[in-house]
Design a protein around this ligand. Structure first.
Ligand SMILES: C[S@@+](CC[C@H](N)C(=O)[O-])C[C@H]1O[C@@H](n2cnc3c(N)ncnc32)[C@H](O)[C@@H]1O
Length: 266
């Protein structure tokens, strides 16, 4: 696997779909973001006003702006120039004070230029699974954070949602009662090469997803000196009305589609 080639292709694909993504997320994120991603990240972050936060792989800035509005001093980066420009435009229009930068999360030296021991916290929301190599990000994070700093992430749940699950809907009529069953079927968990995923309904330019088992993902963080001190597995509590697909995650309420965690330096 050529990391640089995959990453360059990823940048090109994200640039091409940045406008779609910006419209999908809007100012404060889509329903997935608002119901699962953001609440779990904010709960783990325990943000205090005035803290210095770095948002890694910020996309159009849906989480970034939320952090700024909660009183954080926010720096955010993404490797897609188009995405960063869209995020800047939204923050400018809303009057949010965010320092957006064009940085690649596979480039440790570029991230370190932000300033060692500068940040109280780093957030990385729904981005780890899009990066072909996460070691540089964890290595940089361990130096960018203040000694008591925390790294809060959310990512597609490695056990259920980053390994091409097959979604099943079964209907049973038994004893005069009709029941619906929603389940997921998996073919691989331990060894799963990068696969192109279609992303959100209607998303152009499918990009690679990098599945990592729990031990692989967390092992990369542990190797950089982090320990895991909190974990959340948010799932939908109610069905999303008017969802674009009849098999969306809000029907699979026994399965958390995302995993959110808090890492601290050991
Ligand atoms: C699924 S979006 C998530 C965006 C945002 N954090 C959110 O929660 O809405 C993933 C983002 O990661 C960015 N990304 C992917 N690979 C990256 C890399 N190597 N360096 C920096 N950003 C990257 C993409 O450009 C995209 O904006």
């Amino acid at each position: 696997m050529d990391i640089k080639q995959l990453n360059d292709e990823g940048r090109e694909l994200w640039n091409r779909k940045a406008r779609f993504w910006d419209e999908l997320q809007g100012d404060s994120g889509n329903v997935f973001h608002r119901r699962l991603v953001e609440p779990s990240v904010l709960q783990l972050l325990e943000l205090r006003a005035g803290e210095s936060v770095l948002d890694a792989g910020c996309g159009n800035g849906a989480l970034t702006r939320r952090l700024a509005r909660a009183g954080a001093v926010v720096t955010a980066f993404d490797f897609s120039a188009v995405m960063i420009e869209l995020a800047r435009e939204r923050s400018r229009a809303a009057g949010d004070n965010v320092d957006y930068q064009l940085i690649d999360a596979t480039d440790e030296a570029a991230m370190l230029q932000l300033g060692e021991r500068r940040f109280d916290a780093i957030t990385c929301s729904m981005t780890l699974m899009d990066i072909p190599a996460v070691d540089p990000l964890f290595a940089a994070a361990s130096q960018l954070l203040k000694p008591a700093g925390r790294f809060v992430f959310s990512t597609m749940h490695p056990a259920f949602n980053s390994n091409n699950p097959i979604f099943l809907h079964e209907k049973e009529d038994r004893d005069g009662v009709v029941r619906d069953y929603f389940s997921v079927k998996l073919r691989a968990y331990l060894d799963m090469p990068p696969v192109k995923g279609s992303g959100a309904p209607g998303e152009p330019t499918p990009h690679y997803y990098y599945h990592r088992s729990l031990s692989e993902l967390l092992g990369a963080a542990f190797a950089a000196g982090f320990v895991l001190d909190a974990l959340l597995e948010p799932a939908f509590e109610a069905e999303v009305k008017d969802s674009a697909t009849s098999l969306d995650w809000s029907r699979f309420r026994q399965f958390p589609p995302i995993l959110s965690g808090r890492l601290r330096l050991s």
